[in-house]
Design a protein around this ligand. Structure first.
Ligand code: FAD
Length: 474
């Protein structure tokens, strides 16, 4: 950050330099401009100074100085979110860029956990574990080249292997968190100063859960301990096509309930498959909807047998065996899979959770919107994909692609109606951020919200951590 000169005008600039040195602080307008967005188009306030800590002690000191001066402090990970969650809602904020906190602290083979610094990116973690013969449960959001572990568990990310292991937050055993006043807490078995970090639920209530999905409002996560599993080398893949979304959803639900699949993805209409895997369905004009399934096991026969059972279920619901191109592509491309979709234009997403039987109702609403705004005629493509998530619900990520600036206004109109439809059809967003917050707040039970604010006031009485998040500002 030293190449571009800081303006040195932020009131805490000199204090921050004292804590981390000049090279890791900037309040230059050029640098702030680069920090003014995440991976979506939504905007809020720009941070006014950015600091890149490398140690726990630095973060403690930064929190203390912000707390004593009542200066807003906003943690950021890879800034790869697509809901504007890491953007300040208030002027004068210090942004805490966590990406230099990226070490693997410990792989504990006795209790099968890995402890990482919160700024570590998923792609690197997965690679490093693989070399040691281990895999994670949840294996990162599809944007895991850039997304960090701390960022993902702060916003309930869902993605690879969520079908078997659930969202990012399900795999968390313990957190190390710096509170607003600079105190540090280690959750899970960390309450016992002499015990190793090995379990989430012991002796007290689940303090870990308090910080998961908090959007950085209750503390700064500095370490995250995750469950690991023996690496499993045997894969089977299966793609199955259906003539109706109803049949596809029923088969999808039955397979998801079994918990066999590492990854189970439904493409809800023909257009979505044509956009995701162009040409794949050309020889199957009757197919309207399909799912791709991936099984990963430690034994070849086990992997084979599980796929046979999935096939039987698909065929029972009128499915057609389409081979395994889509599922293999989907799995083996990992974090590079969705990046090329930007070729279709800028993404406007509606990522949320819903029970699997409610997928057809969502698609009826989406189709009405696609037709009302004549998206196809206007060259606006979409992908309606549902990822099976732990046990028996799904994420719906219905994304439309604005191909150019001229079509953006039309796409935005359609997208806003799509967001309303998601809530009206009883969907629950997993992230909140600028994308969902106003809509989510309208639906939120007041007692639930009051309880959150009681906790927030107790942990952060000066309201310095990501102020105005969950208030509907911007
Ligand atoms: C191509 C692409 C594909 C994507 N695919 C998916 C997907 O499949 N699933 C999915 O869920 N998301 C997806 N995303 C969005 C994004 O990648 C994820 O949500 C990711 O988990 C965000 O992590 P991050 O480190 O970038 O967090 P950021 O965007 O930097 O921050 C997210 C939130 O976490 C808070 N935060 C960050 N670090 C900390 C910390 N250490 N302590 C406390 N709070 C913190 C921030 O304040 C903010 O509220 C995708 C994005 C892109 C661009």
């Amino acid at each position: 950050m030293s190449i571009i000169k800081s303006s040195q005008t932020h009131p805490l600039y000199k204090d921050l330099v004292k804590i981390v040195g000049e090279d890791r602080v900037s309040d230059s307008r050029v640098v702030m401009s680069a920090y003014s967005k995440d991976a979506c188009h939504l905007t809020a306030e720009r941070p006014e100074v950015v600091v890149m800590p490398e140690t726990l002690d630095e973060i403690k000191s930064i929190a203390k100085i912000c707390n004593s001066t009542k200066t807003p402090l906003v943690p950021a990970g890879g800034r790869n979110g697509i809901c504007g969650a890491c953007l300040p809602r208030i002027e004068g904020a210090v942004m805490l860029d966590m990406v230099k906190m990226d070490e693997i602290v410990e792989i504990n083979e006795d209790v099968m956990t890995v402890t990482v610094e919160a700024g570590l990116r998923w792609a690197e973690l997965i690679h490093r574990l693989d070399e040691k013969g281990y895999k994670l449960g949840f294996r990162g959001p599809y944007g895991g080249n850039a997304g960090t572990v701390g960022g993902s568990v702060s916003i309930n990310s869902i993605g690879y292997a969520a079908s078997k292991f659930g969202p990012s937050t399900e795999g968390v055993v313990s957190l190390e968190v710096v509170l607003a006043n600079g105190d540090v807490i280690t959750t899970g078995s960390g309450w016992n100063k002499d015990a190793p970090i090995f379990a989430r639920y012991t002796t007290y209530n689940d303090i870990t859960g308090l910080f998961l999905g908090d959007h950085g409002t209750l503390g700064v996560k500095t370490k995250v301990t995750l469950k690991i599993y023996p690496k499993a080398d045997y894969f089977t893949y299966g793609d199955f096509g259906f003539t109706s979304l109803e049949d596809a959803s029923q088969a999808f639900l039955e397979v998801q309930k079994l918990g066999f699949t590492e990854e189970l993805n439904l493409l809800a209409d023909r257009q979505s498959t044509d956009t995701f895997f162009p040409g794949f369905l050309d020889k199957h004009p009757e197919i309207k909807s399909m799912f791709a399934s991936v099984v990963q096991e430690v034994d070849a026969q086990l992997a084979q047998r599980k796929m046979e059972i999935i096939r039987e279920i698909a065929l029972k619901h009128g499915g057609k065996d389409l081979g395994n191109f889509a599922s293999q592509m989907h799995w083996s491309e990992l974090f590079n899979l969705v990046q090329p979709l930007y070729n279709n234009g800028f993404w406007l997403n509606t990522c949320h959770l819903r029970p699997i039987p409610k997928i057809p109702a969502l698609m009826d609403r989406m189709w009405a919107i696609f037709e009302k705004y004549q998206l196809l005629e206007n060259g606006i493509k979409w992908i309606a994909s549902c990822l099976g998530a732990e046990r028996a619900y799904a994420t719906g990520w219905v994304t439309i692609f604005a191909p150019n600036k001229e079509k953006m206004e039309l796409a935005l109109k359609a997208w806003n109606e799509m967001l309303d439809s998601v809530i009206e059809t009883k969907g629950c967003p997993y992230w909140n951020g600028l994308l969902w917050e106003k809509r989510a707040l309208k639906q939120t039970d007041q007692k639930f919200l009051d309880t959150y604010w009681t906790v927030k006031k107790a942990l952060d009485p000066e309201n310095i951590l990501s102020p105005h998040v969950f208030e509907g500002g911007f």
